[in-house]
Design a protein around this ligand. Structure first.
Ligand SMILES: [Zn+2]
Ligand SMILES: [Zn+2]
Length: 301
């Protein structure tokens, strides 16, 4: 990276617990390639959508982290449960890490900025850094809404339990190819897709908004994450439940939220109010861009 490094993290050595877990899942993902089975692949794709779109995108990110819309508690818990099956760690710690990222984007304090290196921002911050481990006082500061909720506290602690249960059901009902594709391959593939939002979309892509942070709109990361790759739009308007602002910015997580709204299961949906998204290009000064946004837009973070 030619950019000046702003927040070098102290070397901590290898985080063996996380590294061994990651290595096992990568070996399992490769092993799945030798056990190909169409039905297992279909199960994997359906579970990918359930866990990554309903769970991580609509649940962890747009609902729990940014409160871009409101739902009944039952829907919030269901989406969170789906997210637990993505095996991205305890969701309260996920939310805290992401709220810290928005509070200190690409400056000292950002847990995973590519200004500290592309590898660091993708996976290094977990393998050789603190990852999503935070002091209790930090958790309470960044997620006071979640630490009060007994369901969230419980699932944050036992986030691994749902996927263990799923794995047993898959082996019993379908056999080993289902386990390898719908757990090991799916989880590993989706972990990289999620990490690409931290790495690729802060390095590669287009900038509609001239935000002070490095975020980019990256179409292929958006396809891999059901819409999370429209990351420049997101950093410009973090609470907006909609990230893809133009018709060609495919955003399945937004379509899912729209369906919830049609069913009466989502309300107070926050949006970026822009008459013509295409009018606003990177050449427009940030100040002008921000003035075109609705009150929900609060700048860069
Ligand atoms: Zn970001
Ligand atoms: Zn965010």
């Amino acid at each position: 990276m030619s950019k000046e490094t702003t927040s070098k993290h102290p070397a901590r050595g290898i985080n063996w617990h996380t590294t061994i877990f990651m290595a096992l899942f990568h070996v399992g993902a490769v092993a799945a390639l030798f056990m190909f089975n169409w039905k297992a692949l279909v199960a994997s794709v359906v579970l990918w959508w359930v866990t990554a779109s309903l769970g991580v995108g609509m649940g962890f990110h747009r609902l729990l982290t940014h409160r871009g819309y409101k739902t009944p508690k039952s829907v919030e818990y269901f989406l969170t449960f789906c997210g637990a099956l993505a095996l991205e760690g305890g969701h309260i710690l996920w939310v805290v890490t992401h709220r810290i990222h928005h509070a200190h984007t690409d400056v000292p304090g950002d847990p995973h900025t590519p200004r500290d290196g592309g590898w660091w921002s993708h996976i290094g911050w977990m393998l050789t850094g603190p990852g999503q481990q935070h002091e209790p006082s930090v958790v309470e500061h960044y997620a006071p809404d979640l630490v009060k909720d007994r369901f969230h506290v419980w699932l944050n602690k036992y986030y691994w339990a749902p996927i263990v249960l799923l794995a047993l059901i898959l082996v019993a009902g379908g056999g080993w190819p289902y386990l390898m594709w719908a757990v090991f391959f799916r989880v590993t593939f989706n972990l990289h897709a999620t990490w690409l939002v931290n790495s690729a979309t802060h390095m590669w892509g287009k900038r509609r908004f001239a935000t002070r942070v490095d975020s980019r709109n990256n179409w292929w990361v958006a396809l891999l994450t059901f819409g999370e790759g429209w990351h420049n739009n997101h950093h410009a308007n973090p609470t907006s439940a909609r990230h893809g602002l133009a018709w060609y910015e495919v955003d399945l997580n937004w379509y899912g939220i729209s369906v919830l709204k049609m069913l009466g299961l989502a309300w107070d949906v926050k949006l970026t109010k822009m008459r013509q998204p295409e009018e606003v290009k990177v050449i427009v000064p940030a100040k002008v861009v921000i003035e075109q946004l609705a009150p929900v837009a609060s700048g860069d973070d």
